[in-house]
Design a protein around this ligand. Structure first.
Ligand code: 5AD
Ligand code: SF4
Length: 461
C-alpha cells in the first residue's frame, strides 16, 4: 500500500488528552497508508474521538454519528466505502451499545487500545469490531512516533501524556471507569519523546495526565521519580524552553513539586488545580478528601514559591445535596483565591458513578442560576488578571499567524493568548512584548523594538 492513498478524518471532543490521542491515532495509521484530511466528505476513515465526562458531551456523539451515517451513505452511492470508528471514553463506557444504537459504526475502540487500530481495521472489513479491554501491554510501546515533518506541521507547542487513569474516584467522575487505574509512563520513554519533539522545533510541552501530579514513574537508575523529578530532567532538554502540566489534584501537590515552581525557570507560572466546590460538606460528598481551608493553605504555599503564579480551577455547581449555603461557600472560596481563569460546569449525573445514586439532585434552574452567579465572580477576576498585565512587558512564545495579516499570535507565561504585529519569522521564538490592551480572553501587545524586524536566528532565551 502506497503511503497517503487513504484519507483519515479525526474529530476530537473533550480534554487535551483526547487531542494528544487523536494525533497518536493519526501516527499509528500513517504507516497503514492513511493521510489526514480536514474535509470529512473525503475521508475513507472517520474517527470520532469522544468524551463521556458530562451527559451533553456523550449525547453529542450520537447526533454526530447520525450525520456521519448519511455521509457514509452518500459516499456509498458514489461507489466509495467509508469506515466509521468511535474512539475515546464513550467507546470505553458504552462499547457494544454504540453498535446497537448506530449500525453504521464499524469499529469501537477504547483509549487503551489505539495501538491495535491497524489490526482492528483489517477485521472491520469483515464485520463490526470492538476493543474496549484494558490490555496488559503498554499501548505507548506500540504506538508509532510521528515523523519530524509531522511534528513540525503540528506546531511549536505539544502535549505529551505522562500519566493516565485515576484512582481518586471523585463521586461525580467517570474517568476512573473510562481511563482505568492510574499508570505512569517510564521517564526514559517520556524523555525520548520530548527530545524528539524538541529536535523538530517544539519549544513548549504540556505534560498530560488525568492526575498528572500523582505521576510516579520509573526514573533514571530504576529510581521512582515524581513529577518534580521528571520536570527537572525535562528542563535540561535542548530547545525546550517552556513546560506546563495538567490536570492536578490538590492532595498530590507535593513539596518537591511546589519547590519546582520556585526553582525551574522553564516551568511556567500557571497551574490548573481544580477545587470543584468551596463547601466542606460537598467536598466530602464528592469524595475529594480535602477541605476548603486545606485548599486555601495549599495555594498560600504555592504562591510563596511562585508569587506571580496564575491559578485556574474547575468548579461543579449543583452537586446532589448542594444548598444555597454550600454554594455561597463556593463563591467565597472563589473570591478568596482569585483565579486567572476558571472552568465551571453544571453537575451532570453520570451512570455508574456514586453521584448518580444520590438523592436530592439539584433542579436544572437552580444549577443555571448558580452557574451565572459564579461566572460573574470568576469573569471579573479573569478580566482584572488580564488588565493587570497592561503596561508590563512579558515573554511571549509565538505559535502561529495572528487573526489579521501582519499579526502573529502566541501565549504568555500565564497561558493567555497574545496578539501582536510582527514577522512570521518569530514563530517558534520567545520575545518580550509590551502589553498595551486586553479583552477578557486575549492580550494585545507591541514587540520590543529589536524584535519587530525579521530576525530569523535571534532568540530571546
Ligand atoms: N458533571 C459536571 N462536571 C463534571 N466534571 C467531571 N465530571 C463531571 C460531572 N459528572 C468536571 C470536573 C472536572 C472537569 C474535567 O469536568 O470539574 O475537573
Ligand atoms: Fe475524575 Fe479528576 Fe477526581 Fe480523578 S481526580 S476522579 S479524574 S475529577
Amino acid at each position: 500500500m502506497q503511503a497517503g492513498v487513504k484519507k483519515l478524518f479525526v474529530k476530537s471532543y473533550g480534554c487535551q488528552m483526547n487531542a494528544y490521542d487523536a494525533a497518536r491515532m493519526a501516527d499509528v495509521l500513517a504507516p497503514e497508508g492513511y493521510a489526514e484530511t480536514g474535509v470529512i466528505e473525503d475521508a475513507d476513515l472517520i474517527v470520532l474521538n469522544t468524551c463521556h465526562i458530562r451527559e451533553k458531551a456523550a449525547d453529542k456523539v450520537f447526533s454526530e454519528l447520525g450525520k456521519v451515517r448519511m455521509l457514509k451513505e452518500a459516499r456509498e452511492a458514489a461507489g466509495l466505502t467509508t469506515t466509521i470508528a468511535v474512539a475515546g471514553c464513550v467507546a470505553q463506557a458504552e462499547g457494544a451499545e454504540i453498535l446497537r444504537k448506530q449500525r453504521a459504526v464499524d469499529l469501537v475502540v477504547g483509549p487503551q487500545s489505539y495501538h491495535r487500530l491497524p489490526e482492528m481495521l483489517r477485521q472491520a472489513a469483515l464485520g463490526p469490531v470492538i476493543d474496549t479491554d484494558f490490555p496488559v501491554e503498554d499501548k505507548f510501546d506500540h504506538l508509532a512516533q510521528p515523523s519530524e515533518e509531522k511534528i513540525r506541521q503540528r506546531g511549536v507547542t505539544a502535549f505529551l501524556t505522562v500519566q493516565e487513569g485515576c484512582d481518586k474516584f471523585c463521586a461525580f467522575c467517570v474517568v476512573p471507569y473510562t481511563r482505568g487505574a492510574e499508570t505512569s509512563r517510564p521517564a526514559g520513554k517520556i524523555l525520548a519523546e520530548a527530545e524528539r519533539l524538541a529536535r523538530a522545533g517544539v519549544r513548549e510541552i504540556t505534560l498530560l495526565g488525568q492526575n498528572v501530579n500523582g505521576y510516579h514513574g520509573e526514573g533514571e537508575g530504576g529510581k521512582d521519580w515524581s513529577l518534580a523529578d521528571l520536570l527537572t530532567r525535562l528542563s535540561k532538554v535542548d530547545g525546550l524552553a517552556r513546560q506546563r502540566y495538567m490536570t492536578s489534584h490538590p492532595n498530590d501537590m507535593s513539596e518537591d513539586l511546589i519547590r519546582a515552581h520556585a526553582e525551574l525557570p522553564s516551568l511556567m507560572p500557571f497551574l490548573h488545580l481544580p477545587v470543584q466546590s468551596g463547601s466542606d460538606r460537598i467536598l466530602d460528598a464528592m469524595n475529594r478528601r480535602h477541605t476548603a481551608a486545606d485548599y486555601v493553605r495549599l495555594v498560600e504555599r504555592i504562591r510563596r514559591a511562585r508569587p506571580d503564579i496564575a491559578l485556574s480551577s474547575d468548579f461543579i455547581v449543583g452537586f446532589p445535596g448542594e444548598t444555597e449555603a454550600d454554594f455561597v461557600a463556593t463563591l467565597e472560596l472563589a473570591r478568596e483565591i482569585t483565579f486567572g481563569s476558571t472552568f465551571f460546569f453544571k453537575y451532570s449525573s453520570r451512570p455508574g458513578t456514586p453521584g448518580a445514586d444520590l438523592e436530592d439532585q439539584v433542579a436544572e434552574e437552580i444549577k443555571s442560576e448558580r452557574l451565572g452567579r459564579l461566572q460573574e465572580v470568576v469573569e471579573t477576576q479573569r478580566r482584572s488578571f488580564n488588565s493587570a498585565l497592561v503596561g508590563r512587558t512579558i515573554d511571549v512564545l509565538f505559535e502561529k499567524k495572528g487573526r489579521y495579516p501582519g499579526q502573529i499570535a502566541g501565549k504568555s507565561p500565564y497561558l493567555q493568548p497574545v496578539q501582536v504585529d510582527g514577522p512570521e519569522t518569530l514563530i517558534g521564538q520567545i520575545a518580550p512584548v509590551e502589553i498595551v490592551e486586553c479583552s477578557s480572553n486575549s492580550l494585545f501587545g507591541r514587540l520590543a523594538e529589536s524584535f519587530s524586524q525579521a530576525q530569523p536566528t535571534r532568540e530571546a532565551n
